[in-house]
Structures are given as structure tokens and as C-alpha cells.
Design a protein around this ligand. Structure first.
Ligand SMILES: [Zn+2]
Length: 327
């Protein structure tokens, strides 16, 4: 209803993508309009040929005889003969706030040319597991004798210093006034050696600090350093596995769901709930939107299972809640 109202008022003809801000725009419309440039950056058209036939010349140019034969023996998909927009920043082709945020960050990064910012783009491109920092502006909740700055929590408070001495004995961590200068120095000292280890340890120290504050658990510095290394190694090997098989986690998850569904069908089980902690996969399966390419066949097979069997249902659950099942 709201979207129809805005359409009628702001772009009665055409779509949001051709809309204009107009004179004297209302605050809400102005805010929505701000998103247009992001949409234009991230949206792509999937264009299907009217004839629904293989481009014979193109196939002959690109593939060897055996592959050409395989291709010509495969019927092009007739269901996809409609041009449609898809969101290019998500494998599913469906828009998500997370991917738009990532896109904005990337754009910001391209704009930042001054040297102080370049260290952050370096930091952002180092391959490490994803991290979450949630800073709260107070005095240090552990020692209560310094401001809770990022320098104090990650570098200079005794526990942090202890971790740094164990992992990077040559790094100086106690004399710094601001974190970005320390980062410039640290990345210079160890950029070609172990930048990922350095960044993962920052995150591990921060997590350890959170455990003290929120759970009153006091981890040992040796354990924090060891588990930080372990975590990074596991993540690196998981990434290698993913690249080797060219499947993203989401694709693997959808295939997993399909396997589970065909198993329930074979065994004639009813009242089955399928739970997955992969949001993209559950959204793709539950959505009615035709998939552009995100393992489309498998997604459609899953949807068929769900429509055929009224007793099946699917749920997205948080990864943290799934720990018990996967550990
Ligand atoms: Zn402190």
C-alpha cells in the first residue's frame, strides 16, 4: 500500500529507477530517493533471447566440438524468456541490506585517496574471517583506570600487551596514541609476513575483552593467541575448499536442503521442518521470484517439494542457535 502511494505521488509513470526528486520533496521520499543511485549501481538486467535458441556462432567460437555437441543437445531454458532485473551483489539475485552496505563501503573506499585512508583499504583487503566490533564509549570496564579507547582495549591494557608479546614479540604496542598510526606501523612491520594473523588477533583480543565484560570469563593470553591462530587456519582452509570446488556456502546449503527433502520424500516422512542457518538459501527457496542463475534448478526442485507436500516447512535460524547441531 505504502509503495503504491509513493508511486502515485512521485513517479506515476515509469519506475522508481526513472523517478525524479521533484520540487519540495518530503523527508521520507528524499530518504528513499537517496537509495536510487545505489540501486542503479547494483542492478543488472538478465536479457533472454526471444528466439530461445543457442547463438550457434558464439557457441562454435567459444567451445570445442565435443562441448558444442553437449550444448546443442541441451535445450535452452524456455521459462526464462523474460528480461528481468536482478541484484548483482548477491548470488541469489535478490536485494539484501547487507550487500547494499558492502557496495556502499566499496564505493567509499574507491573514493578515499589520501594516504591515511589507504591503510584502511589495505586492512580491509587482508583475508581474515569476518569480525564484529561493537565499541561502547565508557571508561575501561576491566581496569576502570583509563578511557575505553580502541588503543587501550586492543593494544595497551596489560592483558592485550601480554597477547601481543606472545604472538608478535617485536611489535611495540604500549606507546601509541591512536589506533590507525599503530596500524600503519604494524602493517609496515609485518605486512608481508602475517597481516591476517595480526588482524585476527585484534579481533580475538576484542572478543576476549567482551567475554570479561559480558560473561565475567577471564581467558588466558596463551589461549587467546592460540585460538586466534587456530581460527584463522580453519578459516583459510575452509576458503581453499570453497575455491577448489567453486561452490559458495549458499549453493552448498541449497543442495543440502534438496538432499534432505528428497530423503523425506523417499522415506514418506511427514510433518518435517527443514532448518538452515543460511539466510540466502532459505530466502531463495521460500521466495516466489524466479531465480536468475543461483543454482536455479536446485532451488526450483526444493520449491516443488514444498508445494507438493503441505506438511513440510522451512525455517531460517541464527547461526549461533545452530552451533549445537553442527558442533
Ligand atoms: Zn583497562
Amino acid at each position: 500500500m505504502t509503495s503504491r502511494l509513493y508511486k502515485a505521488r512521485s513517479f506515476p509513470k515509469g519506475s522508481f529507477l526513472d523517478s525524479e526528486l521533484g520540487n519540495n520533496p518530503r523527508f521520507v521520499w528524499k530518504s528513499i530517493y537517496e537509495a536510487k543511485s545505489v540501486m542503479l549501481t547494483g542492478l543488472r538486467w538478465v536479457i533472454d533471447s526471444d528466439r530461445r535458441e543457442w547463438g550457434v556462432d558464439v557457441v562454435r567460437d567459444l567451445f570445442n566440438v565435443r562441448d558444442q555437441q553437449c550444448i546443442f543437445n541441451t535445450k535452452p531454458d524456455v521459462n526464462s524468456a523474460v528480461d528481468r532485473l536482478y541484484w548483482s551483489n548477491e548470488v541469489s539475485g535478490i536485494y539484501s541490506v547487507k550487500s547494499a552496505y558492502r557496495l556502499l563501503q566499496k564505493r567509499k573506499e574507491l573514493w578515499s585517496v589520501d594516504s591515511n585512508d589507504s591503510i584502511w583499504s589495505k586492512v580491509l583487503w587482508v583475508k581474515t574471517p569476518p569480525k564484529k566490533f561493537v565499541p561502547l564509549p565508557t571508561t575501561c570496564p576491566i581496569c576502570h583506570c583509563a578511557d575505553e579507547t580502541i588503543v587501550h582495549e586492543i593494544l595497551s591494557y596489560p592483558f592485550a600487551t601480554c597477547c601481543w608479546q606472545l604472538a608478535f614479540p617485536s611489535l611495540q604496542t604500549t606507546i601509541w596514541m591512536d589506533f590507525s598510526s599503530w596500524m600503519v606501523y604494524a602493517m609496515e612491520v609485518c605486512y608481508n609476513i602475517r597481516p591476517a594473523e595480526l588482524l585476527t588477533l585484534c579481533w580475538a583480543i576484542w572478543s576476549a575483552r567482551n567475554k570479561v565484560v559480558w560473561n565475567q570469563k577471564h581467558p588466558r593470553a596463551t589461549n587467546v593467541v592460540a585460538s586466534s591462530k587456530q581460527y584463522l587456519l580453519q578459516w583459510i582452509s575452509a576458503q581453499k575448499f570453497a575455491t577448489k570446488y567453486l561452490f559458495s556456502n549458499q549453493v552448498v546449503e541449497v543442495i543440502g536442503v534438496k538432499e534432505a527433502l528428497s530423503c523425506t520424500k523417499q522415506k514418506a516422512w511427514n510433518k518435517v521442518q527443514v532448518e538452515s542457518d543460511c539466510l540466502v538459501a532459505t530466502q531463495a527457496i521460500r521466495s516466489k521470484v524466479a531465480m536468475s542463475f543461483f543454482c536455479r534448478r536446485v532451488v526450483e526442485d526444493c520449491r516443488k517439494f514444498f508445494t507438493e507436500s503441505q506438511t513440510l516447512s522451512s525455517f531460517h535460524i541464527k547461526r549461533s542457535a545452530n552451533m549445537a547441531a553442527t558442533s
